[in-house]
Write a protein that binds this ligand. Structure first.
Ligand SMILES: Cc1ncc(COP(=O)(O)O)c(C=O)c1O
Length: 464
């Protein structure tokens, strides 16, 4: 019998609920805080988000039904296949069995449309006509542009300057879906103008672009514009959990039980959370799984930043979030994995890390590109620079399994393809890229000024 190399699910088998890790965290998630240091109320989010999404953001429910209207949008490309990476295994000579979930098959080329279509749908239900957002490498911006085009909403995208210049094709893709994309910082908002006055050559950052997009949404006095975020917040993590739930069903069809290792790259945390949270639930209930979020060594949020209350953006428009943070004013070095250049991280991912349920890892960009090239030559897919971090950690784990002589089951999320990110590959192949380790002084420089903000509790059960 020939070997099974990928498993599809039918539309009927697609999960009909999102999984909310907040319901199962052993130590309760700490709330976001307002400027007065008190927990924010749902009403305080109302100028930015529609109430139906705010309800999800604060929901304590374990399972949340996916509305039929959202399922119909997801059916356009879901369920996505789970592949067995036989050719990579062979090249590595590892006894490990490597599986990858192929989220690159969405129309925008990544996992981001999973939440984009849900957010656009809830906004439309709420009577909203226009969405604003930020984007790093352009994956999220193009995902929201796609979702808005399906639902007839206007879409405005503030794209981090360095990516706007390095990656023109994503901006064109957004244009094809009818969105308006400008470089951030822009002259269109007060925040953007103030930053440009100080530093006209800034490469920009996600923190700046978020401030601009929120400002543009709240300044629309008609109330018909809201802001949409592609990662970090609880409702975004929630929408992505369809990934991990599908993986579970597909692993079962492959004949696997619990995987030994689950891996995802982590920028704001959403593809990692979506992949891993259903497995984190198993770990809380006793399963032995090594769950690894992977980040760039040049933007080491989970591995080196302190756990504190910080703003999600430069202009301090977001509430204070309990998270590992490099500081909201931190401008990460201009590496090619634009979607992993974020100073903070999803509070849910941070809470699970603090609890000891996750084992975060930072990897340098040269090793990531080397790993991505090996993956392209063996499995054929040219992954996004962000995804290359998950590939690199997978190869590290497969080599470890080889040293230990163990037939481990390793699953990683292939969060996106890199066909519109070839500049980074080109530079790598020409020998023009180098590694960059963030000096400790930089972390202190941007986090010490946060000392006066309220401190989150460091409490944990100590079970993991
Ligand atoms: C392909 C891909 N993977 C991962 C990420 C990181 O984002 P997140 O951590 O929210 O999944 C991005 C962000 O732009 C991305 O485009």
């Amino acid at each position: 019998m020939s070997k099974v190399s990928k498993v599809f699910l039918s539309e009927k088998e697609m999960p009909k609920h999102w999984y909310n890790l907040a319901a199962d965290l052993p130590t309760p998630l700490q709330p976001p805080l307002g400027p007065d240091g008190n927990p924010v109320t749902p009403e305080m989010f109302a100028p930015i988000f529609p109430m139906n999404l705010i309800e999800q953001e604060v929901s304590p429910e374990r399972w949340i039904d996916i509305p039929e209207g959202v399922l119909e949008l997801l059916y356009r490309w879901r369920p996505t296949p789970l592949h067995r990476a036989y050719h990579l295994e062979q090249a590595l000579g590892t006894p490990a069995k490597i599986y990858y979930k192929n989220e690159s098959l969405s129309p925008a080329g990544s996992h981001k449309p999973n939440t984009a279509v849900a957010q656009a749908w809830y906004n439309k239900e709420f009577g909203i006509k226009r969405l604003t957002t930020e984007t790093g490498a352009g994956q999220w911006g193009s995902a929201l542009a796609f979702a808005c085009s399906l639902l007839g909403l206007e879409c405005k995208v503030y794209m981090v300057r360095i990516s706007f210049d390095q990656k023109p094709f994503r901006k064109m893709l957004m244009g094809a879906w009818g969105a308006n994309c400008v470089p951030s910082p822009s002259t269109e908002t007060k925040t953007g103008q103030a930053i440009l006055d100080k530093d006209p050559d800034t490469p920009g950052s996600l923190g700046i672009a978020i401030s601009e997009a929120i400002e543009a949404a709240v300044m629309d006095e008609s109330g018909q514009t809201k802001y949409s975020l592609g990662s970090v917040l609880n409702h975004v993590m929630l929408h992505q959990t369809i990934i991990g739930q599908e993986i579970k069903k597909q692993l079962e069809i492959f004949g696997e039980k619990t995987p030994d290792v689950v891996i995802g790259c982590a920028g704001g945390g959403s593809n990692f959370a979506g992949t891993a949270f259903p497995f984190v639930a198993d770990k809380i209930n006793g399963a032995d799984i090594d769950i690894i979020p992977v980040e760039p060594a040049s933007c080491p949020t989970l591995t080196r930043a302190p756990f504190l209350y910080d703003h999600g953006d430069v202009a301090k428009m977001t509430p204070l979030l309990p998270m590992y943070s490099l500081g909201h004013e931190f401008i990460p070095p201009p590496i090619h994995a634009g979607g992993l250049r974020y100073h903070g991280m999803s509070p849910l991912v941070c809470a699970a890390t603090l609890e000891g349920l996750l084992n975060p890892r930072a990897i340098h960009q040269m090793e990531c590109y080397e790993s991505a090239i090996l993956f392209a030559k063996t499995e054929g897919i040219v992954v996004a620079p962000e995804t290359s971090h998950a590939v690199a950690a997978t190869i590290q784990e497969a080599n470890k399994a080889k040293e230990e002589g163990k037939e481990k089951v390793i699953v990683f999320n292939l969060s996106g393809h890199g066909l519109l990110d070839l500049t980074g590959y080109d530079k790598f192949l020409k020998g023009e890229l180098t590694d960059y380790a963030l000096p400790e002084e930089d972390i202190l420089k941007y986090t010490e000024p946060l000392a006066d903000l309220p401190k989150p509790s460091m409490a944990k059960t100590g079970k993991w």
